[in-house]
Design a protein around this ligand. Sequence first.
Ligand SMILES: [Zn+2]
Length: 239
Amino acid sequence: MSLDYELLRVLHHKLKLQTEYQSQIERGPKKINLAKANVTRFEEELASAKEVLKKARLMAHDRQLQLSEREAKIEDLKGKRNACESNKEYQLLNDQIAADEQANAVLSDEILELLEKLDRFELNEATAAENSAKSRIEAKNIIEKVEKELVIQRAKLAELVEAITKLEAQIPAEIKSDYQRQVRAKADDALAVSNQETCGNCNQRLNPQMKSDLTMQKPVFCNACGSLIYTAAKSTAGS
Ligand SMILES: [Zn+2]
């Protein structure tokens, strides 16, 4: 039985393309998932920046309230001091006012620090919002692009599968089931081009019988990896 090696050459080429399209089609959803994960990550960063800012605002507000209450208390003490009748009481009130004013100065510094932090947190929130918006636009573009590509790749793959089926129908019945087993297991590696010395798939050396079979374009399966071996077109053959 002789085998049309040209058929195997064309078939091998199409099987390789099929593998390539299948891997492109598998990569598409992965790209989409990556873009979506990016959006989620930036959304989380934005939520956290908002939370930090909210807490800092509340704290600044709380401290400012505290400060005005304490200032009112000092005014109150000052009123009492003006109205007091004994020197001792005057001195006591004076000391308390001084201590309270000291404490208020510390609180004022704390408030200033908080306000500076607020500026930073507001900036962080704005940056996070910008990043989040950008990631959403990027994801939208990626998804549109990948989905367009997937439509094309799937159409090309369907064409290829049809062409491959037609070519496979020409494989002689005697070796068909062996070939099909190889294709199911190894896809395009089911076929191996040989330089007449080694298997193009696994590099196993061919024995003399295999070499002679190859010369006569007979079906040759590799002893090591099982691939169906064929030879490259000879330039001397004129085609
Ligand atoms: Zn091999």
